[in-house]
Each structure stands twice: as C-alpha cells, then as structure tokens.
Design a protein around this ligand. Structure first.
Ligand SMILES: [Zn+2]
Length: 459
C-alpha cells in the first residue's frame, strides 16, 4: 500500500471514531475528559503516522509498529553495536580456532534473552527464535573465523571515525549485525510467522571450506531451512549469485638425486611442476560465463644441488557456471598429466618416474538455480534497501551462501553496512559513517519480511 493512501485511511477511521464517540460522550456528560484523551490519542496517532513513514516497497512491513520500534531501538544503541564489533574482533579466531570467540558470542546471545543458545559439533553458535507458525524458517548468520593466523595482533585501534583491526569488517561487522538483529527483534516485540535462527558460524574463509554451513545444511538443520542470509563484510551490497571454486594442492613426487651425479638419469619433480605451470598458463578458459584459474603457491625442493624429489602447487579455479567449472577442472588435470609425461619422457633412462596427485583444498559449489534481481529473496533485499534509502547492487562471489544455493535453497549474502577496506590484509578498517545503523536495520527488515509478520506480510 502507498503510504499516502495508508495515512488517508487512518485519518478517515479516526474521524469516524471521533464522531461516534463524541456523540455518546456528550450524552453522558464526560465530554471534556474524553475530548482531551481523544485529542491526545489523535495527536499521538498522527505523530506516529507522520514520523517520516518509510517508502513502502512491495509487501515489506516497513510501517509495522514492531518494525518501527526495532528501527528506533537500533538507532538508539548504535554505539553498542560498534562496541560489540570491536570487542568480538579482539578475540582471535584463526581458521579452525574459533572456539573462544564462539563461546563469547553465545554468552552475548544469552544475555539478550536467547537462553537456549547452543554450540554444535563443529562450533557454530545457534539461537532459535520461534515463529507463530505458518511462515518459512529463516536463518541469518555471520562468520566467526578470520583469515589471520594465530599470533596476529587483533587489537583494534580507533582514530577519528576509523576503526582499524584484523577482521573488523570481515566479519566482525556481520557478527555485530547478528547481535543487533537478535536484540531488535526482542525490543520491537516482533512476532514473525516463521522461526528465525540466528547463527555465528565457523569455517567461512578459504581453509575452512564452508565447514560451518556444511554442518548446518547437511546435518544439524538438514531440510529445515527455507531461506538463508549471510551477513558478511561492510557496505550495502548483495551477493546474489555463487562463484563456485575448485582448489587443489597438486603434489609431484620423484626419485630425487644429486644434481651432478644423477643428472640425466632421474626426472625432477620441480621441473615437472614448472612444465605444468607453463601449460596451465596457456589455457584459454571456456567461453561465456567468466571462468578463471590461478597457481597461487608453490613449494618443494631440497637444496640447490639436489634434483628435486618433491614439488607442490596450490591451484584455484572459479566460475559461476557448473559446466565451465567442470571444463576448466578437466583442462587443469590434463595440463598436469601432459607435463608429467613430458618430464618422464625427457629422461627415459630413469628407473623411477614422476608421479602426481591432487589433494583437495576446497570445493565451493555453484548455485543450482541462477538467481536474478527478480528472484523473490533478492528482490526482498533490494526493496528493503530502497525503503531505507540505501543503494544496493548485486554481484557474484564465493561466500557461505554458496552451500544453500547449491542445494536450491533461496540464499544471499548481504553487507553489514558502513564502509570498509583492506579485508584479508593488515590495516583492515571500518567506518560507521552517518548511516552505519542502516546495515542492521536492513538485515532486520529482510529477516522479518522473509519470515513474515502476522497481519502485515504474506511470506
Ligand atoms: Zn567474510
């Protein structure tokens, strides 16, 4: 409904109510008291209605009283959100070592009234907020893990408006938004139809290989989640599509030998790897949807005067297309096989050959359904952004949402608001600016819209 029509109907209803009540009130001689009460009620109603009603978008519950209360609440304790962001960030959470931060996160959810908050077998922190029934179950999560190894200085420094610290945006911002949504749902006394599940998950970053969401979707909550939102990083954009990735550590092994004494009699693992890299570099990716490859890390060798018995390289390939990802994977495997044959053929007198194996570092799946801006869950996020006067764009990336997307579950990753930079690097920073609070408001509005509110929205 357009807000102006909404206001018109409310005023008409108030006028009707006033005339009928005044008629009988005058008859019983309590006009003055009643008139004062009604005048006050009218004023309050008008004030509430006129207090900058948000631009209604589609069926979003932007003017639901609970949502309005929650929005006001979020703005009033914005500094609390920032305090949580900073203090959670100062607890180290390297890949596979998220426990301490997770335990603290659980404590904070319990303090907000989520007394049954649990930690599952892999370390995901989970709080359920029961719905009234009749709506989809919506899960919203931020990730606990960072890319930073143990021993990294995780203290957060504040200079002016800017917070600088490892993980301050990715994803301490997301964690703070989850706490804000948890608190605002309660303070707004918002009754959703579907159950809302608030999560701080492990294993989002590279080495974790999505093990947090894998546990949630393949085990703990298998078949029980209807919509999924990940809050990851800073800004106001939406990751609506999944970039899938295959990552391997390719290990070359050979006999090794003295660089002078064994020369000509043994193949070299490092030389084989060098041939492989050269062949990979010549690959033309399949046409159409963007498809990439990269050899990111190489290791191996014993000494300058040893024909290397070992070499390994970490290879990453990505695409939004299932077919292209499968094709590039095949091309890389083929290049490596040809390189090994060539190296073995180069030294035919060697009694031992170079062998190779692919160890999987991570497989991030591609979405089963290609989501567009018109896909309902994405449209909800974009409409909610419009209602809050936020400019949001959609793009493709590799996030926790890849996993539910690969299962055909509507999912997306949204930014947590504010501004930030240098993520995954030293000097990562965050600035809340004048509109940082809109990040948690946006997340809340999306969650409420997707789960549905009694009498306001049909999820
Ligand atoms: Zn992240």
């Amino acid at each position: 409904m357009h807000p102006r029509n909404h206001l018109y109907i409310r005023l008409t209803a108030i006028r009707t109510a006033l005339s009928s009540v005044f008629g009988s009130a005058l008859a019983i001689g309590a006009a003055a008291t009643l008139a004062a009460t009604l005048a006050a009620t009218l004023a309050a109603t008008l004030a509430a209605t006129l207090a900058a009603p948000l631009a209604a978008q589609g069926s979003l519950p932007v003017n639901d009283p609970g949502i309005r209360r929650a929005f006001d609440a979020i703005q009033s304790w914005n500094s609390w959100i920032l305090e949580n962001q900073v203090s959670l960030c100062e607890i180290p959470a390297p890949p596979f070592k998220e426990q301490v931060r997770g335990i603290e996160f659980r404590k904070r959810l319990i303090a907000l009234g989520y007394r049954d908050t649990k930690i599952d077998v892999v370390g995901n922190v989970i709080a359920e907020r029961a719905g009234r029934g009749g709506g989809p179950t919506v899960m919203i999560s931020g990730h606990l893990d960072t890319v930073f190894p143990e021993g990294t200085d995780v203290s957060v420094k504040k200079e002016g408006e800017r917070y600088t610290g490892a993980g301050i945006g990715d994803d301490c911002r997301g964690l703070a938004v989850i706490l804000a949504v948890a608190r605002a749902l309660n303070e707004g006394r918002i009754q959703t139809l579907g159950t809302v599940i608030l999560v701080a998950n492990v294993g989002e970053e590279g080495p974790g290989n999505l093990r947090g969401v894998r546990e949630l979707f393949n085990n703990g909550y298998k078949g029980k989640i209807d919509r999924y939102i990940s809050v990851d990083g800073t800004g106001f954009d939406v990751t609506s599509r999944a970039v899938g990735s295959n990552r391997y550590n390719v290990v070359f092994t050979g006999p090794g030998g003295h660089s002078y004494g064994a020369f000509g009699r043994v193949p070299s693992a490092i030389h084989a790897m060098g041939r492989a890299i050269a062949l990979i570099d010549e690959i033309v990716p399949p046409p159409g949807i963007k498809t990439t490859y990269n050899v990111g890390v190489i290791k191996g060798g014993t000494s300058v005067n040893t024909i290397s018995p070992d070499g390994s390289m970490e290879v990453d390939m990505r695409s939004e297309s299932v077919d292209n990802l499968a094709k590039i994977d095949e091309m890389i495997h083929d290049a490596v096989a040809r390189a090994v044959s060539a190296e073995n053929a180069r030294w035919p007198n060697s009694p031992a050959k170079i062998t190779v194996k692919f160890d999987t570092i991570g497989i991030r799946p591609v979405g089963r359904v290609v989501q567009t801006d018109a896909t309902p869950i994405i449209k909800t996020a974009l409409d909610a952004a419009l209602a809050l006067d936020i400019e949001a764009k959609t793009s493709a990336s590799s996030t926790d949402s890849n996993l539910p997307m690969s299962l055909g579950i509507p999912a997306m990753t949204i930014d947590g608001g504010g501004r930030g930079g240098n993520s995954h690097a030293a000097g990562e920073w965050y600035e809340d600016g004048a509109t940082g609070y809109k990040g948690p408001q946006w997340a809340l509005l999306i969650v409420a819209s997707l789960a549905g509110l009694a009498g306001t929205t049909t999820p």
